[in-house]
Design a protein. Structure first.
Length: 369
């Protein structure tokens, strides 16, 4: 039988991708104008995009492989993830040298490439995190099947809180210059899997116990709608009360806010009868959009600078956002038509026909005999 497409994952991928692109649109708009409190607050909300992708990875693995893992479990995923990670790291080194106001020497470019690949010094860092969790799942697969969610979820949450709390509230120290200390502090907070452990555990148990998970969401409908409103308050308070300087998805507040948004998206998707083609397309191209959009934003910001003085930042944000989203989508789509394209921007899924098939089946009236 043909595989049934999960509406929840389509919507999660789409929303996660759109949120990530919006975060960078807000960041690059902030480079043009003076800081705007409302735009900064919006950025804090949209930061949940990356945690959503971490959750999706483990959710799908747990849902699809409840018993045994296939022999090519690791190799299949590494073949998909590593080539575009390296390719975009090399491409990203070009603008990194420019942004550091350095001459384009072989040494500077090689240093930028080294940082991008081994320190994930560009927005492809999420691939390294996903690879870590793929390896962890492979090593712990048999253990996870018997470990209780009542133990693993609170323990992983506490570990995650302690780890992120350290980097959120303790100033950088002990690595020579202040710049070096801040660099190490910044990247150490997000590269090791510990900084995302709770999302991994949550994704695993939601995927493993999918049917029960959905039933709980429907039973706790009011709580599902209330939680995002309640849990976004600490995210905003930590920043605007100057409790923590962290304004990225590595903030400690997202350990509550991101799951609440994931639950809300799951609930909404369970009520959707017709999935728009736009949602399916963004979901199918999300990997490439995630990797390429910030490259185009750097170009578009330069193009918008001459007219920025005559534009309101609330006009510039959607201009950068929509134009770069479209260009990233087109680049991903048409590069994948070339034999080597998927090795640069990642593969494109092809779920549209399957979604239309599933929806057509649902629309067929049942005739009682």
């Amino acid at each position: 039988m043909p595989r049934k497409i999960s509406v929840e994952i389509l919507l999660l991928r789409c929303v996660g991708c759109l949120f990530v692109v919006m975060v960078h649109a807000l960041i690059f708009t902030g480079r043009i104008y003076e800081q705007n409190a409302l735009l900064n607050a919006a950025r804090l909300v949209f930061n949940v995009g990356t945690p959503i992708f971490i959750f999706i990875t483990e959710f799908l693995i747990a849902k699809n492989y409840k018993n045994n893992l296939p022999a090519d479990f690791i190799s299949k995923r590494l073949k998909t993830l590593i080539p575009p990670y390296i390719a975009m790291a090399i491409i990203g080194s070009i603008y990194k040298v420019h942004e550091n106001i350095e001459p384009y020497t072989a040494q500077n470019v090689l240093v930028a490439i080294f940082r991008n690949i081994f320190m994930a010094d560009y927005n492809g860092y999420f691939i390294l995190i996903i690879i870590q969790f793929i390896l962890i799942h492979y090593l712990l697969h048999n253990k996870l099947k018997i470990w209780s969610a009542k133990v693993v979820l609170p323990v992983s949450f506490i570990i995650n809180v302690i780890y992120l709390g350290f980097f959120n509230f303790v100033p950088p120290f002990g690595f020579g210059s202040q710049a070096v200390s801040e660099y190490i502090w910044y990247y150490t907070s997000w590269l090791p899997f510990i900084g995302w452990a709770f999302y991994f555990a949550l994704g695993y148990y939601c995927g493993k116990h999918y049917d029960q998970f959905i039933k709980v969401l429907h039973r706790k409908k009011r709580l599902v709608f209330l939680l995002p409103i309640v849990t976004v308050i600490p995210v905003l308070a930590l920043k605007y009360l100057d409790i923590s300087p962290v304004i990225s998805s590595k903030g400690i507040g997202y350990l509550l806010f991101a799951p609440s948004m994931i639950f809300l998206i799951f609930y909404i998707s369970s009520k959707i009868t017709q999935v728009p083609n736009f949602v399916v397309s963004i979901s199918d191209h999300s990997f490439g959009i995630y990797l390429t959009h910030s490259v185009f934003m750097r170009i578009f910001v330069i193009l918008y600078l001459p007219i920025s003085t005559s534009l309101n930042p609330f006009v510039t944000v959607p201009l950068i956002y929509i134009s770069c989203l479209i260009v990233a989508w087109l680049t991903t789509k048409y590069l994948n038509k070339l034999p080597f394209g998927k090795f640069i921007v990642g593969p494109v899924r092809n779920n549209l026909k399957a979604v239309q098939r599933d929806q057509a089946v649902k629309s067929i009236p049942i005739v009682e005999r």
